[in-house]
Design a protein around this ligand. Structure first.
Ligand SMILES: Cc1ncc(COP(=O)(O)O)c(C=O)c1O
Length: 481
């Protein structure tokens, strides 16, 4: 039986080397095994999608500064696992394993015994079941209609608009469209507004699925570094001027992964630059309700308040309520909402009506649902910081004012190696490089505090074990026993 050729794009050796980060142990042992493990991480993580054509082994060896024999050995291991296919004259590409994947490696869908810290996605609130019951009683009101609502159910849009108004941004329901999550809102904006080869300004680090979405639209992410203290607005302004991006994407409330929040004065300055350069911007407010220090209504005004015509705000039910609802929304000028609704049918024909009823029930409850949730996450955040101080005392971990993640500075560029070592101990984590638009950020590791206490405790214990295993040779090499 012939092997069909892949349709995917080719990744150059240099770019793949950037994605791979610091895969090699400092003492150089087990290099082929480590290279295979790092490549497997990229494949299962979706950064090397099935069909991607790989560089020639010689090219990759040169880019990595290692021998070709080493690269061949790593590729052979991946070929044996069915993750890479090759054909003489056609090269190698990422393929789907024909046999059971080895679950000691990274997996998108971990078996239950693996502790999943790769997703910063919390449990559902206890009030969800009762909201479903109430929505079920209201379902008959919807059944006589066809059930397709490309803008969303009017009453749920109304509740979303009311929340924006409460946050200081007067909003009418016709400025709101309900989507299948914030990620879908971004996909819609990209589909309508951004063409192949156009630039999209992003923070670095940023939410990786946004970068994946930008790349899937064949657009080019242009990354502006985010400092430890926040946004470097001089650089943002210069990039807006010089790169003339077609779209900008920011997460200004409890940014994923850093947890940073942009102060009101910076929002005002950023908005002025967006207006001046006429740059349409998506501001992702997925985490805005998870203010762990105070009431979200006391936070800085939404970015849209300073540049109404240039900002599409994306919201999400996934973190405040539950990811399983698969619901989010966008808020934009009415005319743009209409154009997005016209673009929508090529992606989907509307969001699930029943879940929108459920979301409406949860939104109507407001703080009854959200206040205990914030309290619980604040508790888990503080507990996790304490655990890390005990098990990984060399790390620097700032306390974010909200959101769901700790952005940990390891003090050494060992993030990918640590992710691989932690993975071998049955804990899935995402290395810092996953949050970089163009590789790097090997000093950093993102750790969510969404899991129950017992799992957080066990996960950090294992992370500490893996870290100490990695850090030992480096320490002894500079004479500190
Ligand atoms: C910043 C950010 N945006 C969007 C999403 C995805 O949101 P949704 O589930 O609504 O598509 C996430 C989830 O982790 C996120 O952190």
């Amino acid at each position: 039986m012939g092997v069909s050729l892949p349709a995917g794009s080719r990744i150059a050796g240099g770019r793949l080397a950037g994605f791979l980060g610091s895969w090699r142990r400092p003492d150089g042992r087990g290099a082929a095994v480590d290279l295979a493990a790092a490549l497997r991480l990229l494949i299962l993580d979706g950064r090397l999608p099935v069909g991607t054509r790989l560089p020639a082994e010689r090219e990759l060896a040169e880019a990595l500064g290692v021998s070709r024999t080493l690269v061949t050995a790593a590729m052979d291991a991946l070929r044996d696992a069915g993750m890479v296919a090759s054909r003489r004259g056609a090269g190698s590409w990422i393929s789907v394993p024909g046999k059971e994947p080895d679950l000691t490696g990274w997996a998108l869908h971990p078996p239950p015994e693996v502790i999943d810290m790769a997703h910063a996605s919390p449990f559902a609130p206890p009030e969800l079941a009762a909201a479903v019951d109430r929505a079920r009683l209201r379902l008959p009101e919807l059944l006589p209609s066809h059930g397709y609502h490309s803008f969303g159910l009017p009453e749920t849009r109304e509740l979303i608009a009311r929340r924006y108004t409460e946050r200081g941004l007067p909003t009418t329901p016709d400025q709101v469209m309900i989507t299948n999550g914030a990620q879908h809102a971004l996909a819609l904006v990209l589909r309508l507004h951004v063409g192949p080869g156009q630039r999209v300004l992003v923070d670095n680090p940023t939410y990786p699925s946004a970068v994946d979405g930008i790349r899937a639209a064949h657009a080019l992410p242009v990354a502006v570094p985010l400092g430890p203290d926040g946004w470097d607005l001089d650089s943002v302004e210069a990039t807006l001027r010089q790169a003339a991006p077609r779209l900008a994407y920011f997460v200004v409330d409890f940014q994923n992964p850093t947890g940073l929040r942009m102060p009101a004065a910076d929002r005002e300055r950023l908005a002025a630059a967006l207006r001046r350069t006429r740059t349409l911007t998506m501001v992702d407010e997925t985490l805005v309700e998870l203010d762990l220090e105070g009431d979200p209504l006391d936070g800085p005004p939404p970015l849209s308040a300073f540049a109404e015509d240039w900002v599409v705000a994306a919201g999400s039910a996934s973190k405040a309520y539950w990811g399983g609802l698969r619901l989010g929304w966008l808020r934009a000028p009415v005319e743009l909402v209409h154009r997005l609704a016209e673009a929508r049918p090529s992606l989907d024909l509307g969001s699930p009506a029943f879940e929108q009823l459920v979301l409406g029930e949860l939104l109507a409850e407001g703080d009854t649902v959200l206040a205990p949730r914030r309290k619980e996450f604040a508790h888990r955040r503080d507990m996790m910081i304490g655990l890390l101080a005990e098990h990984c005392p060399e790390w620097t971990v700032d306390r974010p004012g909200g959101g769901l993640n700790l952005w940990c500075d390891l003090g050494k560029p060992l993030s990918t190696q640590l992710a691989m070592a932690v993975n071998r101990l049955g804990v899935q984590v995402v290395p810092g490089s996953r949050f970089a638009a163009h590789g790097g950020l090997e000093h950093w590791m993102r750790l969510p505090y969404t899991l129950p206490e017992d799992q957080l405790t066990e996960a950090v214990r294992r992370i500490g074990l893996a870290w100490n295993g990695l850090a030992e040779p480096a320490r002894s090499s500079i004479g500190i026993a």
